[in-house]
Design a protein around this ligand. Structure first.
Ligand SMILES: *Cc1c(COP(=O)(O)O)cnc(C)c1O
Length: 232
């Protein structure tokens, strides 16, 4: 979907947006010879209010993503009534001094972008085994956080040895582009890295490129605007 199409979505249409979204995920999966059930949708609800998040939950969304600890700390208390309780994913850059707070809010940390951060997550796990993904800056963009691809094997090696972490896979944010094909080689590279390391989860694909991501093996797509509408 283009940015213009995403902006045309009305917030009240969450249920319809979601149906359309799952349909498109399903078609992309089947076209690639994959089982649609192998793709988990994480609705990225940053900037959207708890009322819309509750609407998405009522429409069946069970995984939500936020990119800032502070914002999550403000919104999640208004959502403790959601039943079944959704799984919360941290998808944004996390500072080590916010790890403790993050672990009180989030179930999964998708954005481990340094060994130091992974070690901090392990230190604050308090008896939990925290599912984490390592964020990879596949395209080497200066503006992005994440491991360089060549750093990933060593980082996975170190973090896998920490019993408090469950290193499940890799995450990436593709370069911003109106053409989803720009993301394809990035997703392909992430998949190859994950396969080499025996990591099952690949979190890749957002509103503009999730179909390409599913074709390239995404097990998690992180979608905001196509569900909630344009961010203000
Ligand atoms: C905002 C965000 C998304 C979702 O982006 P949309 O373009 O709204 O689909 C996915 N991943 C991360 C890390 C984000 O920050």
């Amino acid at each position: 979907m283009t940015q213009a199409q995403a902006s045309a979505i009305k917030p009240g249409d969450i249920q319809a947006n979601l149906r359309d979204m799952l349909d498109r995920i399903g078609r992309a999966a089947v076209a690639a010879g994959r089982d649609p059930a192998g793709v988990t949708l994480v609705a990225v609800c940053k900037t959207f209010p708890p009322a819309l998040i509750a609407q998405a939950h009522a429409a069946g969304v069970r995984h939500f993503g936020e990119n800032r600890v502070q914002e999550a700390a403000e919104k999640l208390p208004a959502l403790t009534h959601l039943d079944p309780r959704p799984t919360w994913h941290m998808v944004g850059h996390l500072q080590t001094n916010k790890v403790k707070a993050a672990l009180q809010l989030f179930d999964v940390i998708q954005s481990v972008d340094s060994v130091r951060l992974g070690e901090a997550v392990a230190r604050h796990a308090l008896g939990r085994r925290v599912p984490v993904l390592l964020e990879v800056n596949v395209a080497g963009e200066a503006s992005k956080f994440g491991f360089e691809p060549q750093e990933v094997p060593a980082a996975v090696g170190v973090l896998r040895r920490l019993p408090e972490l469950e290193v499940r896979g890799l995450m990436t944010v593709a370069p911003l582009s109106p053409d989803p094909e720009v993301a394809r080689p990035v997703f392909r590279r992430l998949r190859a890295l994950g396969e080499d390391l025996g990591l099952p989860e690949l979190s890749m694909g957002m509103t503009d490129d999730f179909e390409v991501a599913v074709q390239e093996g995404a097990t998690i797509v992180r979608v905001g605007r196509a569900i909630f509408g344009a961010r203000g």
